[in-house]
Design a binder for this molecule. Structure first.
Ligand code: GDP
Length: 479
């Protein structure tokens, strides 16, 4: 029975470097990536003033099937799409239009339920799953919880308004997650529509659409008239083909919670997007810190179904409590095991919360980068008071680095630090570098809660100096 030093540090919410140091004092020379035995771990835990509980994730959670699927078991699955874009550019209208267009071709009188996600068929008969919560806040908070459910981002840009601040944010969020973008140029029914302006605006943000000889698909649509909707669906399935999305339907179901609520009549209900395997009625499962036995499964039309395969959104009934969006669901063999895992998780998060500040500091990031020789990127977010300083900082940061480390700018912008910046920082484990700007109250408290580091500067030189030091691994502990 062993545990890797980094993992032990994580569970204690201590810095791995400190754990290595304390091991050194005990005469053990190990790196963060090496494992130590349980007895040594217990000594370390006591050294840090924590209480050791001799039950590890691997013990408790080993009943969860984590076997990697071999290629021959994989079958194509539907793409999962999130719609992003600036407020009022038509995200909600587009989602509604796509859903309605599909009912018209289906059975008459089909009523859709809002369960947080839905599936439609493209004109050529392929399935596409849409997440019903538009915007990058949901996208990023799911990602922060470890649920990367989105395969493709549809970026909606209103043709009468072109690229706006949240458009840029959405681009950065999608890029940080490595998710491909399809541009939907919306409101084409308007007289003031100027799709060319949208395309040229996007160039400045490194989105080169096909109409400008780039490789990002762009489709002109109108959520009002329905123009271009079929083309958009075809663009999505083309992108999905390129991604070769696959899953193994013949294994225990696993998925992510998209939405969850306590329903007066039905008890706790979670909409789960099945990501792999097949979830069936009667399955016993854990989901985050909750568990249950599938009492009923309902699809996005409110119909009862007996099983749900990969990329299917499904309402799950039979939970012992309400999980959170982003929680992962796994099927396990017995109720006793489900309960044990859920209890164990609840306990460990309590421990983590008790141990204050599991922060993502520059120092920890660099320690991690060094521990794992492949992680040679220091992700950062830059906020500045004016465009000129933001650009100057970004340009200078791009030059920082050596053969081991590079600075990667996930997002930069002008103005106060917002909750959205903090969300991106958390999801990408990046610090926020603030130049002559402050965080708004909400962002401040959420940064504190999420352990996101915000570093304030008023002199560009200081900012660069810190990052240079971090990049060469020289940053001294700053308390
Ligand atoms: P969201 O904030 O991005 O979700 O935007 P909404 O879907 O709420 O749309 C904002 C406004 O734009 C609403 O008044 C819609 O009726 C309008 N709108 C959305 N799509 C279109 C469109 O294709 N054409 C026109 N003319 N108006 C649209």
């Amino acid at each position: 029975e062993t545990i890797v030093v980094q993992e032990l540090a994580n569970r204690m919410a201590e810095r791995a470097a400190d754990v290595v140091k304390s091991l050194m004092k005990m005469g053990m020379m190990v790196s963060m990536n090496q494992a130590i035995d349980a007895d040594t771990a217990e000594l370390v835990i006591e050294e840090f003033g924590h209480k050791a509980v001799r039950v590890s994730d691997s013990d408790v959670e080993q009943v969860i099937d984590t076997v990697v699927d071999s290629e021959e078991n994989l079958l194509p699955r539907a793409p999962v799409v999130t719609i992003m874009g600036h407020v009022d550019h038509g995200k909600t209208s587009l989602l509604d239009r796509i859903r309605k267009a599909n009912i018209a071709t289906g059975e008459a009188g089909g009523i859709t339920q809002h369960i947080g996600a839905y599936q439609v068929k493209t004109p050529s008969g392929q399935l596409v799953t849409f997440l019903d919560t538009p915007g990058h806040a949901a996208f990023t908070s799911m990602r922060a919880r470890g649920a990367n459910v989105t395969d493709i981002v549809v970026l909606v840009v209103a043709a009468d308004d072109a690229v706006m601040p949240q458009t840029v944010e959405a681009i950065h969020h999608a890029k940080a997650a490595g998710v491909p973008i399809i541009v939907a140029i919306n409101k084409m029914d308007k007289h003031s529509a100027n799709p060319t302006k949208v395309r040229t605006d996007l160039l400045q943000h490194e989105i080169v659409v096909e109409a400008m000889s780039g490789d990002v698909q762009d489709v002109e649509v109108s959520a009002h008239t329905g123009m271009g909707i079929d083309k958009l669906l075809e663009a999505i399935s083309l992108q999905a083909e390129i991604l070769e999305l696959k899953a193994n339907p013949n294994r225990d179901g696993m998925g992510a919670v998209v939405e969850a609520k306590l329903d007066v009549g039905r008890g706790p209900v979670a909409t789960v997007l099945v990501q792999n395997g097949t979830l069936r009625k009667g399955d016993i499962f854990v989901v985050g810190q909750k568990w249950g036995k599938v009492r009923a499964l309902l699809n996005d039309k409110g119909e009862t179904i007996t099983e749900a395969g990969p990329s299917t959104p499904v309402e799950v009934l039979g939970l012992n409590g309400t999980p959170s969006a982003g929680d992962v669901l796994n099927v396990v063999p017995t109720e006793a095991q489900a309960r044990e895992i859920a209890d164990y998780r609840e306990q460990t998060t309590k421990d983590k919360r008790a141990a204050a500040g599991a922060a993502t500091t520059l120092e920890q990031l660099m320690a991690k980068a060094k521990a794992d020789l492949n992680v040679a990127e220091l992700p950062v977010i830059v906020k500045a008071d004016v465009q000129g300083s933001a650009e100057a900082i970004v340009q200078a940061l791009e030059k920082v680095g050596n053969e081991e480390v590079r600075v990667r700018i996930l997002h930069y912008g002008v103005g106060a630090i917002t909750d959205s910046d903090v969300g991106l920082a958390e999801a990408s484990k990046a610090p926020i570098l603030a130049f002559n700007v402050r965080a708004n109250a909400m962002a401040r408290s959420s940064a504190q809660q999420k352990g996101v580091e915000i570093r304030y500067y008023s002199i560009i030189y200081d900012l660069l100096d810190d990052i240079k030091k971090a990049a060469s691994g020289l940053l001294k502990a700053e308390v």
